[in-house]
Design a protein around this ligand. Structure first.
Ligand SMILES: [Fe+2]
Ligand SMILES: [Fe+2]
Length: 392
């Protein structure tokens, strides 16, 4: 076992501790396999992997329309299509070392407050700025690949005809996002990092589960919510015009995807009463896993492995501006939606209170946020505007 796998074994204990926070053995057992494959076997390091799938594809030979809101969302999605190759101006130069147009604010580098950063030359700092932007956008790209696969699985598995039609547009959207991030990374940044081990655990857990609504909950509400928040955070703070434009297009698509998740699961959980305490526990566990698990260990190995232990690095990351911004924006985007789909009952509220997340419950859900609020990563305002889903 190499040093990283050994450190991951210790991380694995944290994952399992998080995963057992609800005391739900079924949820914990479902995360054991993904934690082993992601953290110990480190399967995310491999160039290509095959994941076995276990879900039912539902056919509907009657094509009965039973979900007009999803039908309307499908119409919006069809007319909102764009072309990543021709609608973005790829001729624009991107210079990750240009201080006038920084890709990310320096405060997103966990080391920026330490003497070790002050001792670096400007050239060395630029190398690290470039690398951190490459690492972060690589994780966005890997998340998009997972979304592409999850969207195609969900399209097969959902019971509603209109859901399958909308799902088809989401598959195309996610393919376009993979294309856009991949082009930006390879053509403009010339960097590509492998998937973060902890992100791999979450993706593996979602892909290999068999219940369609759990896949849906994990992907459409939780991962898409995280992505929407993270994209908004970076879009609002980046100084690079091409990245800002790319994220503007992607955020408009993601807003539809989250709204699809909320509409579908509200119907299933609240209106049709098809929920169980396990759903609430699962949602809480994934929120815990998402909240604190992106440590940029590849960046650490490259630049700081000689200077501090991984535990010291993790502490720095947890206290960094980057993590604080992501945690805040992710909870802001996810918690109101959990309330709307009925997964924030009094039974689990104390748990969210304990991680300081319940204060987001009164914020705007996906149907109330305006496009501008999503793009500017703004705090929820008390006046609802037109829904973001219909924006483009
Ligand atoms: Fe996407
Ligand atoms: Fe999406």
């Amino acid at each position: 076992m190499d040093r990283a796998a050994l450190s991951n074994l210790l991380d694995g204990r944290t994952v399992l501790r998080d995963a057992s926070a609800s005391g739900n053995l079924k949820v914990m057992a479902a995360l054991l396999g993904p934690a082993f494959r992601g953290l110990i076997a480190r399967r995310g390091r491999e160039a290509t992997i095959a994941m076995p799938l276990r879900h039912d594809a539902r056919f509907d030979w009657e094509y009965t329309r039973r979900f007009p809101e999803l039908g309307r969302l499908y119409e919006v999605a069809k007319s909102a299509q764009w072309n990543a190759a021709s609608d973005l101006d790829w001729s624009r130069p991107v210079d990750p070392t240009d201080p006038a147009h920084p890709l990310l604010p320096d405060s997103f580098l966990p080391v920026v407050t330490l003497p070790i950063w002050r001792r670096l030359s400007e050239r060395e700092r630029n190398v690290q700025r470039h690398a951190m932007a490459g690492w972060l956008l690589s994780q966005f790209l890997h998340g998009e690949q997972a979304a592409l696969f999850a969207a195609s699985q969900v399209t097969q598995a959902v019971p509603w005809y209109e859901g399958k039609l909308f799902g088809g547009t989401q598959v195309v959207d996610e393919a376009r996002h993979v294309e856009a991030f991949s082009t930006y990374l390879t053509r403009k940044l010339e960097r590509l990092y492998r998937i973060d081990d902890n992100l791999f655990v979450i993706v593996d857990a979602l892909m290999s589960g068999s219940d369609w609504d759990l896949k849906f909950l994990g992907m459409q509400i939780l991962i898409e919510g995280l992505a929407l928040g993270a994209f908004g955070t970076i879009r609002a703070r980046t100084g690079d015009a091409l990245l800002k434009e790319l994220l503007t297009y992607v955020i408009d698509d993601e807003a539809r995807h989250v709204w699809y998740g909320v509409l579908a699961l509200k119907r299933h959980y609240v209106d049709e009463h098809q929920t169980t305490p396990e759903r609430e526990d699962w949602a809480f566990e994934i929120v815990l896993l998402l909240r604190n698990r992106f440590f940029a260990h590849e960046f650490y190995d490259e630049f700081y492995g000689h200077a501090m232990t991984r535990a010291q690095w993790d502490e720095l990351v947890l206290a960094s501006d980057l993590m604080a911004a992501f945690r805040d924006t992710m909870l802001k985007r996810i918690i109101p939606n959990l309330r709307r789909i009925g997964l924030l009952s009094p039974r689990v509220q104390a748990r969210y209170e304990a991680i300081d997340a319940l204060r987001y419950a009164g914020g705007k859900d996906a149907g109330q946020l305006t496009r501008q609020e999503l793009l500017e990563d703004a705090a929820a305002s008390p006046t609802p505007g037109p829904p973001a889903r219909a924006a483009r």
